[in-house]
Write a protein that binds this ligand. Structure first.
Ligand SMILES: Nc1ncnc2c1ncn2[C@@H]1O[C@H](COP(=O)(O)OP(=O)(O)OP(=O)(O)O)[C@@H](O)[C@H]1O
Ligand SMILES: O=P(O)(O)OC[C@H]1O[C@](O)(CO)[C@@H](O)[C@@H]1O
Ligand SMILES: [Mg+2]
Length: 549
Protein backbone atom coordinates (compact mmCIF):
# COMPACT_ATOMS: atom_id res chain seq x y z
CA UNK A 1 0.00 0.00 0.00
CA UNK A 2 2.74 2.38 1.01
CA UNK A 3 4.64 1.85 -2.21
CA UNK A 4 1.52 2.27 -4.33
CA UNK A 5 0.56 5.47 -2.55
CA UNK A 6 4.09 6.85 -2.89
CA UNK A 7 4.09 5.86 -6.54
CA UNK A 8 0.83 7.68 -7.20
CA UNK A 9 2.03 10.78 -5.33
CA UNK A 10 5.22 10.65 -7.39
CA UNK A 11 3.29 10.49 -10.68
CA UNK A 12 0.87 13.24 -9.65
CA UNK A 13 3.87 15.45 -8.71
CA UNK A 14 5.55 14.67 -11.99
CA UNK A 15 2.38 15.49 -13.94
CA UNK A 16 2.01 18.71 -12.00
CA UNK A 17 5.57 19.84 -12.61
CA UNK A 18 5.45 18.77 -16.24
CA UNK A 19 2.13 20.55 -16.72
CA UNK A 20 3.47 23.72 -15.11
CA UNK A 21 6.58 23.58 -17.18
CA UNK A 22 4.58 23.85 -20.40
CA UNK A 23 1.43 25.58 -19.27
CA UNK A 24 2.34 28.77 -21.02
CA UNK A 25 1.45 27.53 -24.42
CA UNK A 26 0.41 24.02 -25.48
CA UNK A 27 2.75 23.61 -28.45
CA UNK A 28 6.01 25.00 -27.13
CA UNK A 29 9.25 24.24 -28.93
CA UNK A 30 11.94 22.02 -27.44
CA UNK A 31 14.08 24.94 -26.34
CA UNK A 32 11.11 26.86 -24.92
CA UNK A 33 10.07 23.81 -22.95
CA UNK A 34 13.55 23.38 -21.55
CA UNK A 35 13.61 27.04 -20.64
CA UNK A 36 10.33 26.69 -18.72
CA UNK A 37 11.62 23.61 -16.95
CA UNK A 38 14.67 25.52 -15.79
CA UNK A 39 12.62 28.49 -14.64
CA UNK A 40 9.79 26.77 -12.86
CA UNK A 41 10.65 23.35 -11.66
CA UNK A 42 12.02 22.86 -8.17
CA UNK A 43 15.26 20.93 -7.81
CA UNK A 44 13.78 17.56 -7.11
CA UNK A 45 11.56 17.62 -10.17
CA UNK A 46 14.37 18.91 -12.38
CA UNK A 47 16.49 16.03 -11.33
CA UNK A 48 13.79 13.43 -11.94
CA UNK A 49 11.54 15.06 -14.51
CA UNK A 50 12.32 12.60 -17.27
CA UNK A 51 12.43 9.42 -15.25
CA UNK A 52 10.63 6.54 -16.89
CA UNK A 53 7.93 4.66 -15.03
CA UNK A 54 10.18 1.94 -13.69
CA UNK A 55 13.02 4.26 -12.77
CA UNK A 56 10.41 6.34 -10.95
CA UNK A 57 9.31 3.28 -9.07
CA UNK A 58 12.90 2.46 -8.19
CA UNK A 59 13.38 5.96 -6.87
CA UNK A 60 10.31 5.60 -4.67
CA UNK A 61 11.51 2.21 -3.49
CA UNK A 62 14.79 3.77 -2.39
CA UNK A 63 12.98 6.72 -0.77
CA UNK A 64 10.87 4.25 1.17
CA UNK A 65 14.14 3.28 2.88
CA UNK A 66 14.02 -0.42 2.19
CA UNK A 67 10.73 -1.00 3.88
CA UNK A 68 10.85 -4.71 4.79
CA UNK A 69 7.32 -5.64 3.75
CA UNK A 70 7.68 -4.12 0.31
CA UNK A 71 9.29 -5.98 -2.54
CA UNK A 72 10.94 -3.03 -4.25
CA UNK A 73 10.33 -2.93 -7.97
CA UNK A 74 13.55 -3.87 -9.70
CA UNK A 75 14.69 -3.45 -13.24
CA UNK A 76 16.62 -6.50 -14.36
CA UNK A 77 18.88 -6.28 -17.35
CA UNK A 78 18.89 -9.71 -18.94
CA UNK A 79 20.69 -11.14 -21.90
CA UNK A 80 18.91 -10.97 -25.21
CA UNK A 81 19.30 -12.72 -28.53
CA UNK A 82 19.64 -9.24 -30.08
CA UNK A 83 22.63 -7.18 -28.98
CA UNK A 84 22.06 -4.02 -26.92
CA UNK A 85 18.57 -5.09 -26.03
CA UNK A 86 17.91 -4.45 -22.35
CA UNK A 87 14.90 -6.28 -21.08
CA UNK A 88 12.95 -3.96 -18.80
CA UNK A 89 11.49 -6.19 -16.17
CA UNK A 90 9.84 -4.69 -13.13
CA UNK A 91 8.94 -7.00 -10.27
CA UNK A 92 6.47 -6.28 -7.49
CA UNK A 93 4.67 -7.99 -4.67
CA UNK A 94 2.83 -11.32 -4.99
CA UNK A 95 4.94 -12.43 -7.95
CA UNK A 96 3.97 -9.42 -10.09
CA UNK A 97 6.15 -8.99 -13.19
CA UNK A 98 5.92 -6.17 -15.72
CA UNK A 99 7.70 -6.94 -19.00
CA UNK A 100 8.00 -3.33 -20.03
CA UNK A 101 8.87 -1.80 -23.37
CA UNK A 102 11.69 0.66 -24.03
CA UNK A 103 10.98 4.38 -23.70
CA UNK A 104 12.68 7.43 -25.20
CA UNK A 105 13.78 8.50 -21.72
CA UNK A 106 15.87 5.31 -21.40
CA UNK A 107 18.27 6.66 -24.03
CA UNK A 108 17.45 10.38 -23.90
CA UNK A 109 16.81 11.22 -20.23
CA UNK A 110 16.51 14.94 -20.93
CA UNK A 111 14.27 14.82 -23.96
CA UNK A 112 11.48 17.40 -23.80
CA UNK A 113 7.83 16.51 -23.42
CA UNK A 114 4.69 18.33 -24.46
CA UNK A 115 1.06 18.27 -23.37
CA UNK A 116 -0.95 15.75 -25.35
CA UNK A 117 -2.89 17.71 -28.01
CA UNK A 118 -5.90 15.50 -27.23
CA UNK A 119 -6.38 17.26 -23.93
CA UNK A 120 -7.48 20.39 -25.83
CA UNK A 121 -9.72 18.39 -28.13
CA UNK A 122 -13.37 18.74 -27.11
CA UNK A 123 -14.19 15.25 -28.36
CA UNK A 124 -11.74 13.63 -25.96
CA UNK A 125 -11.58 15.98 -23.01
CA UNK A 126 -15.17 15.10 -22.04
CA UNK A 127 -14.32 11.40 -21.96
CA UNK A 128 -13.78 10.38 -18.37
CA UNK A 129 -10.37 8.84 -17.85
CA UNK A 130 -9.45 9.07 -21.54
CA UNK A 131 -5.77 9.10 -20.68
CA UNK A 132 -4.28 5.85 -19.48
CA UNK A 133 -2.80 5.80 -16.01
CA UNK A 134 0.94 5.11 -16.06
CA UNK A 135 0.42 2.34 -13.52
CA UNK A 136 -2.04 0.39 -15.70
CA UNK A 137 -0.80 -3.01 -16.78
CA UNK A 138 -2.55 -6.05 -18.24
CA UNK A 139 -2.00 -9.61 -16.97
CA UNK A 140 -0.99 -12.27 -19.45
CA UNK A 141 -2.79 -14.97 -17.52
CA UNK A 142 -6.29 -14.29 -16.29
CA UNK A 143 -7.09 -17.72 -14.94
CA UNK A 144 -5.38 -17.83 -11.54
CA UNK A 145 -5.50 -19.86 -8.37
CA UNK A 146 -5.67 -18.35 -4.87
CA UNK A 147 -1.99 -19.04 -4.18
CA UNK A 148 -0.57 -18.63 -7.69
CA UNK A 149 1.78 -15.70 -8.48
CA UNK A 150 0.30 -12.74 -10.34
CA UNK A 151 2.73 -13.38 -13.19
CA UNK A 152 3.65 -11.45 -16.31
CA UNK A 153 1.96 -8.19 -17.21
CA UNK A 154 2.26 -5.87 -20.19
CA UNK A 155 1.96 -2.12 -20.31
CA UNK A 156 -1.55 -1.01 -21.17
CA UNK A 157 -1.87 0.81 -24.50
CA UNK A 158 -3.51 4.19 -24.94
CA UNK A 159 -2.93 7.93 -24.88
CA UNK A 160 -0.79 9.53 -22.17
CA UNK A 161 -0.95 13.02 -20.64
CA UNK A 162 2.42 13.93 -22.11
CA UNK A 163 3.84 13.28 -25.57
CA UNK A 164 7.44 13.19 -26.74
CA UNK A 165 6.95 14.61 -30.23
CA UNK A 166 5.84 17.98 -31.43
CA UNK A 167 3.32 17.42 -34.21
CA UNK A 168 5.17 19.56 -36.74
CA UNK A 169 8.42 17.69 -36.11
CA UNK A 170 6.99 14.26 -36.88
CA UNK A 171 7.94 12.51 -40.09
CA UNK A 172 6.23 9.11 -39.93
CA UNK A 173 6.45 6.19 -42.31
CA UNK A 174 4.36 3.06 -42.77
CA UNK A 175 5.48 -0.21 -44.35
CA UNK A 176 3.63 -3.48 -44.99
CA UNK A 177 5.67 -6.71 -45.18
CA UNK A 178 5.10 -10.45 -45.70
CA UNK A 179 1.96 -12.09 -47.09
CA UNK A 180 -1.36 -10.36 -47.64
CA UNK A 181 -3.97 -10.21 -44.92
CA UNK A 182 -7.49 -8.72 -44.85
CA UNK A 183 -7.37 -5.31 -43.18
CA UNK A 184 -3.90 -4.10 -44.21
CA UNK A 185 -5.40 -1.06 -45.92
CA UNK A 186 -7.61 -0.33 -42.91
CA UNK A 187 -4.57 -0.27 -40.62
CA UNK A 188 -2.71 2.04 -43.02
CA UNK A 189 -5.77 4.29 -43.17
CA UNK A 190 -6.21 4.42 -39.42
CA UNK A 191 -2.54 5.15 -38.71
CA UNK A 192 -2.72 8.09 -41.13
CA UNK A 193 -6.06 9.30 -39.73
CA UNK A 194 -4.95 8.73 -36.12
CA UNK A 195 -1.74 10.70 -36.59
CA UNK A 196 -3.53 13.48 -38.49
CA UNK A 197 -6.79 13.90 -36.60
CA UNK A 198 -5.60 13.14 -33.08
CA UNK A 199 -2.07 14.54 -33.13
CA UNK A 200 -2.04 17.03 -36.02
CA UNK A 201 0.77 15.21 -37.84
CA UNK A 202 1.00 16.22 -41.49
CA UNK A 203 4.06 14.44 -42.85
CA UNK A 204 3.45 10.71 -43.42
CA UNK A 205 5.24 8.52 -45.97
CA UNK A 206 4.33 5.11 -47.33
CA UNK A 207 7.23 2.73 -48.03
CA UNK A 208 6.73 1.01 -51.37
CA UNK A 209 6.84 -2.79 -51.51
CA UNK A 210 7.95 -3.97 -48.07
CA UNK A 211 11.35 -3.67 -46.39
CA UNK A 212 13.35 -3.36 -49.60
CA UNK A 213 11.26 -0.28 -50.46
CA UNK A 214 13.20 1.68 -47.83
CA UNK A 215 16.31 1.64 -49.99
CA UNK A 216 15.16 0.59 -53.45
CA UNK A 217 12.07 2.69 -54.15
CA UNK A 218 10.66 6.19 -53.81
CA UNK A 219 8.28 6.88 -50.95
CA UNK A 220 4.54 7.48 -51.32
CA UNK A 221 2.89 10.57 -49.83
CA UNK A 222 0.00 9.68 -47.51
CA UNK A 223 -2.70 11.94 -46.13
CA UNK A 224 -6.31 11.59 -45.01
CA UNK A 225 -7.58 12.18 -48.55
CA UNK A 226 -5.36 9.62 -50.23
CA UNK A 227 -6.31 6.91 -47.72
CA UNK A 228 -9.99 7.78 -47.43
CA UNK A 229 -11.44 4.81 -49.37
CA UNK A 230 -8.65 2.27 -49.20
CA UNK A 231 -10.26 0.12 -46.48
CA UNK A 232 -12.82 -1.05 -49.05
CA UNK A 233 -10.13 -2.95 -50.98
CA UNK A 234 -8.17 -6.07 -50.17
CA UNK A 235 -4.37 -6.16 -50.36
CA UNK A 236 -2.17 -3.21 -49.47
CA UNK A 237 -1.91 0.06 -51.37
CA UNK A 238 1.76 0.19 -50.37
CA UNK A 239 2.66 -3.22 -51.79
CA UNK A 240 4.51 -5.88 -49.86
CA UNK A 241 7.32 -8.41 -50.30
CA UNK A 242 9.30 -11.22 -48.74
CA UNK A 243 13.07 -11.04 -48.20
CA UNK A 244 15.09 -7.87 -48.79
CA UNK A 245 15.61 -6.99 -45.13
CA UNK A 246 18.97 -5.21 -45.14
CA UNK A 247 19.10 -3.58 -41.71
CA UNK A 248 21.94 -1.18 -42.48
CA UNK A 249 20.41 0.08 -45.71
CA UNK A 250 16.98 0.42 -44.10
CA UNK A 251 18.27 2.47 -41.14
CA UNK A 252 20.47 4.55 -43.50
CA UNK A 253 17.31 5.40 -45.40
CA UNK A 254 15.40 6.25 -42.19
CA UNK A 255 18.27 8.48 -41.09
CA UNK A 256 18.79 10.15 -44.47
CA UNK A 257 15.11 10.94 -44.90
CA UNK A 258 14.78 12.27 -41.35
CA UNK A 259 12.04 9.79 -40.46
CA UNK A 260 11.36 9.68 -36.71
CA UNK A 261 8.36 7.33 -36.46
CA UNK A 262 8.35 3.90 -38.16
CA UNK A 263 5.14 1.82 -38.24
CA UNK A 264 5.73 -1.75 -39.41
CA UNK A 265 2.69 -3.86 -40.30
CA UNK A 266 3.58 -7.51 -40.73
CA UNK A 267 3.72 -11.05 -39.43
CA UNK A 268 6.23 -12.87 -37.26
CA UNK A 269 9.07 -12.38 -39.77
CA UNK A 270 8.30 -8.69 -40.10
CA UNK A 271 8.35 -8.22 -36.32
CA UNK A 272 11.82 -9.83 -36.26
CA UNK A 273 12.82 -7.33 -38.93
CA UNK A 274 11.33 -4.51 -36.83
CA UNK A 275 13.35 -5.66 -33.82
CA UNK A 276 16.57 -5.60 -35.89
CA UNK A 277 15.78 -2.08 -37.14
CA UNK A 278 15.07 -0.91 -33.59
CA UNK A 279 18.38 -2.34 -32.33
CA UNK A 280 20.32 -0.58 -35.08
CA UNK A 281 18.49 2.70 -34.44
CA UNK A 282 19.40 2.42 -30.76
CA UNK A 283 22.99 1.57 -31.58
CA UNK A 284 23.22 4.74 -33.68
CA UNK A 285 21.55 6.72 -30.86
CA UNK A 286 18.79 8.03 -33.14
CA UNK A 287 15.63 9.46 -31.62
CA UNK A 288 13.38 7.34 -33.82
CA UNK A 289 10.39 5.29 -32.64
CA UNK A 290 9.69 1.83 -34.08
CA UNK A 291 6.29 0.18 -33.57
CA UNK A 292 4.98 -3.11 -34.92
CA UNK A 293 1.38 -3.90 -35.77
CA UNK A 294 0.92 -7.68 -35.94
CA UNK A 295 -0.59 -9.03 -39.14
CA UNK A 296 -1.40 -12.71 -39.23
CA UNK A 297 -4.21 -14.71 -40.74
CA UNK A 298 -2.40 -17.81 -39.46
CA UNK A 299 -2.56 -16.52 -35.86
CA UNK A 300 1.03 -17.69 -35.43
CA UNK A 301 2.14 -14.68 -33.32
CA UNK A 302 2.44 -15.52 -29.61
CA UNK A 303 1.09 -13.64 -26.57
CA UNK A 304 -1.74 -11.84 -28.38
CA UNK A 305 -5.34 -13.07 -28.41
CA UNK A 306 -5.50 -12.65 -32.18
CA UNK A 307 -4.88 -9.93 -34.72
CA UNK A 308 -6.74 -8.40 -37.63
CA UNK A 309 -7.58 -10.51 -40.70
CA UNK A 310 -8.07 -13.81 -38.93
CA UNK A 311 -11.80 -13.36 -38.44
CA UNK A 312 -12.28 -12.41 -42.11
CA UNK A 313 -10.16 -15.35 -43.30
CA UNK A 314 -12.23 -17.78 -41.22
CA UNK A 315 -15.43 -16.26 -42.57
CA UNK A 316 -14.23 -16.45 -46.16
CA UNK A 317 -13.18 -20.08 -45.65
CA UNK A 318 -16.84 -20.87 -44.91
CA UNK A 319 -17.67 -20.32 -48.56
CA UNK A 320 -15.27 -23.06 -49.64
CA UNK A 321 -16.51 -25.41 -46.91
CA UNK A 322 -20.14 -24.78 -47.91
CA UNK A 323 -19.32 -25.62 -51.52
CA UNK A 324 -17.53 -28.78 -50.39
CA UNK A 325 -20.57 -29.77 -48.34
CA UNK A 326 -22.97 -29.19 -51.25
CA UNK A 327 -20.79 -31.25 -53.61
CA UNK A 328 -20.31 -34.04 -51.07
CA UNK A 329 -24.02 -34.41 -50.30
CA UNK A 330 -24.98 -34.50 -53.98
CA UNK A 331 -22.97 -37.56 -55.02
CA UNK A 332 -22.71 -41.16 -53.87
CA UNK A 333 -19.96 -41.42 -51.27
CA UNK A 334 -19.14 -37.77 -51.84
CA UNK A 335 -16.07 -36.31 -50.18
CA UNK A 336 -15.46 -32.55 -50.18
CA UNK A 337 -11.86 -31.77 -49.37
CA UNK A 338 -10.84 -28.17 -48.58
CA UNK A 339 -7.25 -27.00 -48.13
CA UNK A 340 -6.82 -23.84 -46.07
CA UNK A 341 -3.79 -21.67 -45.31
CA UNK A 342 -1.74 -22.30 -42.19
CA UNK A 343 1.91 -23.02 -42.76
CA UNK A 344 2.95 -23.91 -39.22
CA UNK A 345 -0.24 -23.17 -37.25
CA UNK A 346 -3.67 -24.67 -37.90
CA UNK A 347 -5.89 -21.98 -36.36
CA UNK A 348 -7.72 -21.06 -39.59
CA UNK A 349 -8.61 -24.71 -40.22
CA UNK A 350 -9.61 -25.22 -36.59
CA UNK A 351 -11.85 -22.14 -36.36
CA UNK A 352 -13.32 -22.61 -39.85
CA UNK A 353 -14.22 -26.15 -38.81
CA UNK A 354 -15.78 -25.05 -35.53
CA UNK A 355 -17.69 -22.28 -37.32
CA UNK A 356 -19.03 -24.45 -40.12
CA UNK A 357 -20.55 -27.49 -38.33
CA UNK A 358 -20.40 -29.38 -41.68
CA UNK A 359 -16.84 -30.64 -41.30
CA UNK A 360 -16.24 -34.30 -40.41
CA UNK A 361 -12.48 -34.16 -40.10
CA UNK A 362 -9.96 -31.35 -39.57
CA UNK A 363 -6.24 -31.95 -40.08
CA UNK A 364 -3.66 -29.41 -38.85
CA UNK A 365 0.16 -29.25 -38.70
CA UNK A 366 0.20 -29.58 -34.90
CA UNK A 367 -1.70 -32.85 -34.87
CA UNK A 368 0.13 -35.68 -36.62
CA UNK A 369 -2.00 -38.22 -38.44
CA UNK A 370 -1.47 -41.38 -40.42
CA UNK A 371 -3.35 -42.93 -43.32
CA UNK A 372 -3.26 -46.73 -43.18
CA UNK A 373 -4.26 -49.27 -40.57
CA UNK A 374 -6.40 -49.24 -37.45
CA UNK A 375 -7.09 -45.71 -36.14
CA UNK A 376 -5.83 -44.15 -39.40
CA UNK A 377 -7.53 -41.66 -41.73
CA UNK A 378 -8.63 -44.24 -44.32
CA UNK A 379 -10.42 -46.28 -41.67
CA UNK A 380 -12.22 -43.17 -40.41
CA UNK A 381 -13.29 -42.15 -43.95
CA UNK A 382 -14.68 -45.60 -44.53
CA UNK A 383 -16.63 -45.49 -41.27
CA UNK A 384 -18.04 -41.98 -41.83
CA UNK A 385 -19.12 -42.77 -45.42
CA UNK A 386 -20.93 -45.88 -44.20
CA UNK A 387 -22.68 -43.84 -41.49
CA UNK A 388 -23.76 -40.79 -43.51
CA UNK A 389 -22.88 -41.35 -47.17
CA UNK A 390 -20.75 -38.20 -47.45
CA UNK A 391 -18.10 -36.24 -45.61
CA UNK A 392 -16.14 -32.98 -45.58
CA UNK A 393 -12.43 -32.86 -44.75
CA UNK A 394 -10.57 -29.62 -43.98
CA UNK A 395 -6.80 -29.76 -44.15
CA UNK A 396 -4.35 -26.96 -43.29
CA UNK A 397 -1.59 -26.55 -45.86
CA UNK A 398 1.12 -27.39 -43.33
CA UNK A 399 -0.53 -30.62 -42.15
CA UNK A 400 0.96 -33.97 -43.05
CA UNK A 401 4.11 -32.46 -44.58
CA UNK A 402 6.17 -35.17 -42.92
CA UNK A 403 4.14 -37.80 -44.80
CA UNK A 404 4.67 -35.95 -48.10
CA UNK A 405 8.37 -35.52 -47.42
CA UNK A 406 8.70 -39.29 -47.29
CA UNK A 407 7.69 -39.41 -50.95
CA UNK A 408 9.17 -36.11 -52.18
CA UNK A 409 12.71 -35.81 -50.80
CA UNK A 410 13.60 -32.26 -52.00
CA UNK A 411 10.47 -30.77 -50.38
CA UNK A 412 12.32 -30.69 -47.05
CA UNK A 413 14.74 -27.98 -48.09
CA UNK A 414 12.82 -25.52 -50.28
CA UNK A 415 12.45 -22.01 -48.79
CA UNK A 416 10.97 -18.67 -49.89
CA UNK A 417 12.86 -15.33 -49.97
CA UNK A 418 12.20 -14.79 -46.24
CA UNK A 419 13.42 -18.25 -45.25
CA UNK A 420 9.97 -19.78 -44.73
CA UNK A 421 9.57 -23.44 -45.60
CA UNK A 422 7.97 -23.87 -49.06
CA UNK A 423 5.25 -26.47 -48.81
CA UNK A 424 4.14 -29.19 -51.18
CA UNK A 425 0.43 -29.24 -52.00
CA UNK A 426 -0.88 -31.54 -49.31
CA UNK A 427 -4.42 -31.20 -50.71
CA UNK A 428 -3.57 -32.67 -54.11
CA UNK A 429 -1.41 -35.33 -52.52
CA UNK A 430 -4.00 -36.52 -50.00
CA UNK A 431 -6.80 -36.43 -52.61
CA UNK A 432 -4.79 -38.82 -54.76
CA UNK A 433 -3.94 -41.09 -51.83
CA UNK A 434 -7.62 -41.33 -50.81
CA UNK A 435 -8.70 -42.05 -54.40
CA UNK A 436 -6.01 -44.71 -54.81
CA UNK A 437 -6.88 -46.37 -51.51
CA UNK A 438 -10.61 -46.69 -52.21
CA UNK A 439 -10.31 -47.30 -55.97
CA UNK A 440 -10.96 -51.04 -55.82
CA UNK A 441 -13.14 -50.97 -52.69
CA UNK A 442 -16.04 -48.59 -53.42
CA UNK A 443 -17.31 -45.80 -55.65
CA UNK A 444 -15.98 -42.52 -54.37
CA UNK A 445 -16.64 -38.95 -55.54
CA UNK A 446 -13.93 -36.68 -54.20
CA UNK A 447 -13.99 -32.95 -54.98
CA UNK A 448 -10.91 -30.95 -54.00
CA UNK A 449 -11.39 -27.23 -53.32
CA UNK A 450 -8.37 -24.99 -52.78
CA UNK A 451 -9.41 -21.40 -51.98
CA UNK A 452 -5.80 -20.45 -51.04
CA UNK A 453 -5.36 -16.72 -51.64
CA UNK A 454 -9.11 -16.02 -51.77
CA UNK A 455 -9.32 -16.03 -47.97
CA UNK A 456 -6.65 -13.38 -47.54
CA UNK A 457 -7.10 -11.19 -50.62
CA UNK A 458 -10.54 -9.94 -49.54
CA UNK A 459 -11.19 -6.70 -47.63
CA UNK A 460 -11.60 -7.08 -43.88
CA UNK A 461 -15.03 -7.69 -42.37
CA UNK A 462 -16.70 -5.44 -39.81
CA UNK A 463 -15.13 -7.02 -36.74
CA UNK A 464 -11.64 -6.95 -38.27
CA UNK A 465 -12.12 -3.32 -39.29
CA UNK A 466 -12.75 -2.46 -35.65
CA UNK A 467 -9.69 -4.52 -34.68
CA UNK A 468 -7.54 -2.66 -37.28
CA UNK A 469 -8.72 0.72 -36.06
CA UNK A 470 -8.02 0.07 -32.41
CA UNK A 471 -4.60 -1.44 -33.12
CA UNK A 472 -3.61 1.49 -35.33
CA UNK A 473 -4.77 4.07 -32.79
CA UNK A 474 -3.02 2.24 -29.95
CA UNK A 475 0.24 2.15 -31.93
CA UNK A 476 0.05 5.88 -32.63
CA UNK A 477 -0.69 6.70 -28.97
CA UNK A 478 2.25 4.56 -27.83
CA UNK A 479 4.72 6.15 -30.22
CA UNK A 480 3.57 9.69 -29.41
CA UNK A 481 3.94 8.85 -25.70
CA UNK A 482 7.59 7.96 -26.22
CA UNK A 483 7.32 4.17 -26.03
CA UNK A 484 9.55 2.36 -28.46
CA UNK A 485 10.48 -1.09 -29.75
CA UNK A 486 7.05 -2.59 -29.18
CA UNK A 487 4.39 -4.59 -30.92
CA UNK A 488 0.86 -3.50 -30.10
CA UNK A 489 -1.52 -6.36 -29.37
CA UNK A 490 -4.66 -7.55 -27.67
CA UNK A 491 -3.97 -9.46 -24.47
CA UNK A 492 -7.07 -10.76 -22.75
CA UNK A 493 -9.16 -8.23 -24.64
CA UNK A 494 -7.03 -5.21 -23.67
CA UNK A 495 -4.60 -3.42 -25.95
CA UNK A 496 -1.01 -3.60 -24.75
CA UNK A 497 2.55 -2.75 -25.73
CA UNK A 498 4.64 -5.93 -25.89
CA UNK A 499 8.45 -5.91 -26.17
CA UNK A 500 9.67 -7.28 -29.51
CA UNK A 501 11.60 -10.14 -27.92
CA UNK A 502 8.40 -11.66 -26.51
CA UNK A 503 6.73 -11.53 -29.93
CA UNK A 504 9.63 -13.00 -31.85
CA UNK A 505 10.90 -15.69 -29.48
CA UNK A 506 8.50 -18.40 -30.68
CA UNK A 507 5.50 -19.12 -32.86
CA UNK A 508 1.98 -19.52 -31.63
CA UNK A 509 0.54 -22.96 -32.38
CA UNK A 510 -2.61 -24.87 -31.65
CA UNK A 511 -2.05 -26.79 -28.43
CA UNK A 512 -3.61 -30.14 -29.10
CA UNK A 513 -3.73 -30.94 -25.41
CA UNK A 514 -5.67 -27.73 -24.75
CA UNK A 515 -9.44 -27.53 -24.39
CA UNK A 516 -10.07 -25.85 -27.75
CA UNK A 517 -8.74 -28.77 -29.77
CA UNK A 518 -10.79 -31.11 -27.57
CA UNK A 519 -13.86 -29.00 -28.37
CA UNK A 520 -13.12 -29.43 -32.07
CA UNK A 521 -12.78 -33.19 -31.67
CA UNK A 522 -16.14 -33.28 -29.90
CA UNK A 523 -17.69 -31.17 -32.64
CA UNK A 524 -16.48 -33.27 -35.59
CA UNK A 525 -16.42 -36.55 -33.65
CA UNK A 526 -13.18 -37.46 -35.43
CA UNK A 527 -10.44 -39.53 -33.83
CA UNK A 528 -7.39 -37.62 -32.60
CA UNK A 529 -5.09 -39.79 -34.80
CA UNK A 530 -2.51 -39.35 -32.07
CA UNK A 531 -0.27 -41.96 -30.63
CA UNK A 532 0.82 -41.64 -27.02
CA UNK A 533 4.35 -40.47 -27.99
CA UNK A 534 2.91 -37.66 -30.12
CA UNK A 535 0.93 -36.28 -27.18
CA UNK A 536 4.01 -35.89 -25.02
CA UNK A 537 6.02 -33.99 -27.62
CA UNK A 538 3.03 -31.89 -28.66
CA UNK A 539 2.46 -30.53 -25.18
CA UNK A 540 5.58 -28.46 -25.57
CA UNK A 541 4.37 -26.27 -28.45
CA UNK A 542 2.17 -23.20 -28.36
CA UNK A 543 1.05 -20.62 -25.87
CA UNK A 544 -1.61 -22.39 -23.85
CA UNK A 545 -4.98 -20.72 -23.77
CA UNK A 546 -4.37 -18.16 -26.49
CA UNK A 547 -7.62 -17.95 -28.48
CA UNK A 548 -9.86 -16.81 -25.69
CA UNK A 549 -13.10 -15.90 -27.33
N1 LIG B 1 14.85 -12.92 -38.63
C1 LIG B 1 14.62 -11.86 -39.41
N2 LIG B 1 15.39 -10.75 -39.30
C2 LIG B 1 15.16 -9.68 -40.08
N3 LIG B 1 14.19 -9.62 -41.01
C3 LIG B 1 13.39 -10.69 -41.16
C4 LIG B 1 13.55 -11.86 -40.38
N4 LIG B 1 12.61 -12.75 -40.75
C5 LIG B 1 11.90 -12.17 -41.73
N5 LIG B 1 12.36 -10.93 -41.98
C6 LIG B 1 11.84 -10.00 -43.00
O1 LIG B 1 10.49 -9.67 -42.70
C7 LIG B 1 9.74 -9.58 -43.91
C8 LIG B 1 8.50 -10.42 -43.79
O2 LIG B 1 8.82 -11.76 -43.39
P1 LIG B 1 7.96 -13.01 -43.90
O3 LIG B 1 8.01 -13.05 -45.40
O4 LIG B 1 8.41 -14.20 -43.18
O5 LIG B 1 6.46 -12.64 -43.57
P2 LIG B 1 5.76 -12.42 -42.18
O6 LIG B 1 6.00 -11.04 -41.71
O7 LIG B 1 6.16 -13.51 -41.25
O8 LIG B 1 4.24 -12.51 -42.58
P3 LIG B 1 3.41 -13.84 -42.93
O9 LIG B 1 3.98 -14.96 -42.17
O10 LIG B 1 2.06 -13.54 -42.48
O11 LIG B 1 3.51 -13.98 -44.38
C9 LIG B 1 10.64 -9.99 -45.04
O12 LIG B 1 11.02 -8.85 -45.77
C10 LIG B 1 11.82 -10.66 -44.35
O13 LIG B 1 13.04 -10.43 -45.04
O1 LIG C 1 2.46 -17.58 -51.31
P1 LIG C 1 2.87 -16.58 -50.31
O2 LIG C 1 2.52 -15.19 -50.67
O3 LIG C 1 4.30 -16.71 -49.94
O4 LIG C 1 2.03 -16.83 -48.99
C1 LIG C 1 1.73 -18.09 -48.47
C2 LIG C 1 1.75 -18.06 -46.97
O5 LIG C 1 1.26 -16.88 -46.41
C3 LIG C 1 0.43 -17.17 -45.29
O6 LIG C 1 -0.85 -16.89 -45.66
C4 LIG C 1 0.71 -16.30 -44.12
O7 LIG C 1 1.90 -16.61 -43.54
C5 LIG C 1 0.65 -18.65 -45.03
O8 LIG C 1 -0.44 -19.29 -44.46
C6 LIG C 1 0.97 -19.15 -46.39
O9 LIG C 1 1.72 -20.33 -46.37
MG1 LIG D 1 5.42 -15.52 -40.98
Amino acid sequence: MIIITLSRIFHRCMDYFRFRSSSSGGRSTASETDHHHHQLIPRISRKYRSLSFDSGLRLIASLSNNHQRIESPTRLVMSSSVSNSDRKIVTGSAGYILEDVPHFTDDFPDCPTYPNPLQDNAAYSVVKQYFVDDDDTVPQKIVVHPDSPRGTHFRRAGPRQRVYFESDDVLACIVTCGGLCPGLNTVIREIVCGLSYMYGVKRILGIDGGYRGFYARNTIHLDTNTVNDIHRSGGTILGTSRGGHDTTKIVDSIQDRGINQVYIIGGDGSQKGAAAIFEEIRRRKLKVAVAGIPKTIDNDIPIIDRSFGFDTAVEEAQRAINAAHVEATSFENGIGLVKLMGRYSGFIAMYATLASRDVDCCLIPESPFFLEGPGGLFEFISKRLKESGHMVIVIAEGAGQDLLAESIEESKTLKDASGNKLLQDVGLWISQRIKDHFAKKMTLNLKYIDPTYMIRAVPSNASDNVCCTLLAQSAVHGVMAGYNGFTVGLVNGRHTYIPFYRITEKQNKVVTTDRMWARLLSSTNQPSFMKHDDIDSNQLVGEPGTMKW
